[in-house]
Design a binder for this molecule. Structure first.
Ligand SMILES: C[S@@+](CC[C@H](N)C(=O)[O-])C[C@H]1O[C@@H](n2cnc3c(N)ncnc32)[C@H](O)[C@@H]1O
Length: 368
């Protein structure tokens, strides 16, 4: 039975919130996109992430881990490690600097991706495989070290609301054997004050507007804050601060689907075959982090972060072909029209005073 059919049967004639739909379609253990789709990343897949574009990206993250681990010692914990290539390169780099942590821990929801990660790590650095550990949940606290999340927050299921004369929530149901949208009451009364605050701040005079909120973020950050004794989180993702996120012109939100290197904004098509993402609201992330007690140690765009941390110094200058290829990869990672500006990097820390070198110039925290 196809993924689409299985999901149809599961929904049947029920209404489910968009958040439930996104969770089901992406993460259902039996037929979710991340558990079933063959070839997600890279040229034969649906999309390409920074670690797939260039090993130089992973080397820069390794350099930031090195600076943090020199203070905290401890381990690295990566959420959603994708193909596992970034993890392997980070451990290779840290081993070269004699600073490899005892453990590189990975929390990955998808059993299929865990296998892919193990396979890639085994092919890139077989001698280090025993340092890698796949955890079903967060480790026991207290825990020291670096936590990494590259393009993970955009993959978290979001709630979607609609503001017109009234405030409603988006649901998904089946209509004539097709997935379709439905507007209904807000599924949880606790959401209302939060949505109202966004309307009062950004959308008072706006007539029709889709409001997306990631309510998962608070619990995720709190669990990390409780875990950490001393350490730092590096979050890389596409998104912007609230005033851009809830800009009146962005009236249909930021939902984006990736299918065979094309993008569309309709999560109800290609069900189970396409990735569904929403941009990250970095102001929400900062506010929740601040309330929990994290220090927002750095926030800038990806281009600045990579250049500050010395990506140009990593370009091969002894081999012409490699030099050309390195520069092409850096272009994709840093040009404003590519990943350079829309992607942001945030550093949250607990009980530590250093800010990694990636945040040394063009501090954008005032924009949050
Ligand atoms: C867009 S992919 C990014 C993969 C990889 N970090 C990269 O940059 O290539 C999103 C990843 O996040 C994982 N993911 C989503 N939510 C997660 C969560 N709450 N905990 C752990 N992994 C999660 C997915 O399974 C997937 O591996």
């Amino acid at each position: 039975m196809s993924t689409r059919k299985l999901i149809k049967n599961k929904i049947s004639n029920k209404l489910i919130t968009f958040e439930q739909f996104m969770r089901l379609v992406l993460y259902d253990p039996n037929y979710g996109y991340y558990n079933c789709k063959q070839n997600i990343f890279g040229h034969n897949g649906d999309y390409i992430t920074a670690p797939e574009i260039s090993p130089l990206f992973s080397k820069i993250i390794a350099c930031q881990c090195r600076e943090i681990l020199q203070v905290t010692h401890g381990n690295i914990l990566e959420f959603g490690a994708g193909s596992g290539k970034m993890a392997a390169i980070i451990m290779q780099e840290l081993t070269n600097f004699n600073l490899a942590p005892n453990k590189y821990q990975i929390i990955e929801l998808s059993p299929q991706l865990k296998q892919l990660q193990r396979k890639n790590i085994l092919s890139i650095c077989p001698d280090l495989i025993n340092k890698f550990e796949w955890l079903p949940r967060l480790p026991d606290n207290p825990w020291n070290g670096v936590i990494l999340a590259n393009e993970v927050l955009d993959a978290m299921p979001i709630h979607r609301f609609h503001k017109s004369e009234m405030l409603q929530e988006y649901y998904v149901t089946m209509n004539n054997n097709e997935f379709s949208w439905n507007l209904g009451d807000i599924s949880n009364d606790n959401f209302i004050p939060y949505i109202q605050k966004i309307i009062d701040e950004f959308l008072v005079d706006v007539k029709n507007y889709d409001i997306e909120i990631n309510f998962y973020l608070e619990g995720w950050l709190k669990s990390i804050f409780d875990l950490l004794d001393q350490g730092s989180i590096i979050i890389v993702d596409y998104g912007f601060p609230s005033n851009e996120f809830y800009h009146p012109d962005r009236s249909t939100g930021t939902l984006m689907c990736h299918y065979q290197h094309t993008t569309n904004s309709d999560p109800l098509i290609n069900v189970g075959q396409q990735d569904i993402t929403a941009h990250v609201n970095f102001s929400q992330l900062a506010e929740l982090s601040y309330q929990l007690g994290f220090t927002i140690a750095g926030y800038t765009n990806q281009a600045t972060f990579l250049l500050n941390a010395g990506i140009l110094d990593l370009v091969n200058t002894t081999n012409n072909i490699q030099q050309y290829s390195d520069n092409q990869q850096i272009k994709l990672l840093t040009l404003p029209s590519e990943m350079g500006e829309i992607f942001k990097v945030m550093n949250l820390s607990k009980n530590m005073a250093i800010t990694p070198s990636g945040f040394s110039q063009l501090d954008l925290r005032h924009t949050l």
